[in-house]
Design a protein around this ligand. Structure first.
Ligand SMILES: C[S@@+](CC[C@H](N)C(=O)[O-])C[C@H]1O[C@@H](n2cnc3c(N)ncnc32)[C@H](O)[C@@H]1O
Length: 196
């Protein structure tokens, strides 16, 4: 079984217990030795990837790679990971707290391109999107820190939950399966099932 997940680093400065490792431990304890689990953890931040590699306790099963999922070259990077395990798709792609950053940097078209891309690459898709109020605080924070300036006016997609539920059935996912409740940060997770 192959998972794709971002390394779990909550801030730029502090790396807490890896979500990726947590997923791996959970899956292996659930599945026992019946099935091998392989995870590719990706992020465009070089430092996060380096730190994740340094603390990786499961080097045969969890691989971290620096990758910008919006770059065309990421397709061949992802495919070459899949080929190693004789797979054409990931069984699951997880995307935690990342849609907002892709949306802010690449706009509505970029967000749709990203969703379309990952939906073609996975049987199951677990997404924790950020809601519009998080966009406003992120933009305020970035402005206060003199970091990037984002123009929220340009974004037409504002109800991300609704957008996801509309986007997947139209594109290639059969149905909007279910919300998996809320995380301790108050953000919903959604699971989409691909056509079998
Ligand atoms: C808020 S953090 C979430 C980290 C982790 N998934 C979690 O839930 O704690 C968002 C992460 O998305 C990464 N990211 C943003 N755009 C990306 C892209 N185009 N390709 C790969 N990673 C990206 C950022 O570098 C950042 O580490």
């Amino acid at each position: 079984m192959i998972w794709l997940s971002s390394p779990d680093v909550t801030t730029n400065y502090q790396c807490r217990e890896e979500l990726t490792t947590g997923l791996y431990s959970h899956l292996t304890s659930e599945l026992g030795s019946k099935i091998d689990v392989f995870i590719l953890g990706i992020d465009l931040d070089d430092n996060l990837i380096t730190r994740s590699k340094e603390s990786n306790k499961y080097i045969d099963h969890i691989i971290y790679e620096k990758m910008d999922v919006m770059e065309d070259s990421s397709v061949s990077q992802l495919q070459s990971f899949l080929q190693r395990y004789n797979k054409t798709k990931f069984d699951l792609i997880t995307c935690f707290s990342t849609t907002m950053w892709i949306h802010l940097h690449h706009g509505d078209d970029g967000l749709n391109k990203f969703l379309s891309k990952i939906s073609k690459l996975a049987t199951l898709l677990l997404i924790e999107p950020q809601e519009w109020k998080s966009y406003k605080s992120a933009v305020r924070r970035m402005t206060r820190l003199n970091r990037e300036i984002f123009n929220l006016e340009k974004l037409k997609i504002r109800d991300i939950t609704h957008h996801l539920s509309q986007f997947f059935p139209k594109e290639c996912y059969e149905h909007f399966d279910k919300s998996l409740g809320e995380t301790s940060w108050g953000r919903n997770m959604f699971l989409f099932r691909g056509q079998t």
